[in-house]
Design a protein around this ligand. Sequence first.
Ligand SMILES: C[S@@+](CC[C@H](N)C(=O)[O-])C[C@H]1O[C@@H](n2cnc3c(N)ncnc32)[C@H](O)[C@@H]1O
Length: 189
Amino acid sequence: MPTQGAPTLLISGVLMHRIKGIDPHRDTLAKVRTISPLQGRVLDTCTGLGYTAIQAAKVAEKVVTIELDPAVLEVARLNPWSLPLFNDPRIQQIVGDSFKEIQAFADGSFSRILHDPPMLSLAGELYSGECYQHLFRILEPRGRMFHYIGDLDSRSGRNVARGVVRRLQEAGFRRVVRKPGAFGLVAYR
Ligand SMILES: C[S@@+](CC[C@H](N)C(=O)[O-])C[C@H]1O[C@@H](n2cnc3c(N)ncnc32)[C@H](O)[C@@H]1O
């Protein structure tokens, strides 16, 4: 879907980036900045058009990014804004289900995680306690994770965030901080 800047993607009628009063590029910067500096190895759980992975790879040593739907990657191949996703040697792509793929990573594999899933109703497993337990396990001690939620000041955003914070804390994260400007939360291991 075209915007004034970088295009976004619509899946089941749901936008994969924010475009109201912002554009997909600035939306990406807002997400990534919440866990800067993006040092070491970074996991991006949902590739989409690759914007978060591409931004992270500008600083990180290595970025592993996972996308469930090969059709999304086909669309990304047609998008000039996604080009580095296919030619930056620091980005490793996995086509698969993040919920399953994260179970195979060793403990402490990543220093930062970008968790930018579709909304809860489209990808419930990616908001589950079991998912958060693995994300906690594969994050190194003192590592940080950004978790996109949506507008934290909307009724649905508040409800989703409440459950997410509880499950993140149950998974072991010592601190969870609201980041309303980035429409998400930062969880500290
Ligand atoms: C909000 S978009 C991600 C946007 C991306 N961070 C970017 O910068 O372009 C969510 C993406 O997650 C993908 N997805 C949905 N379920 C998934 C899963 N279980 N594992 C991996 N990717 C998944 C969707 O196909 C979609 O492309």
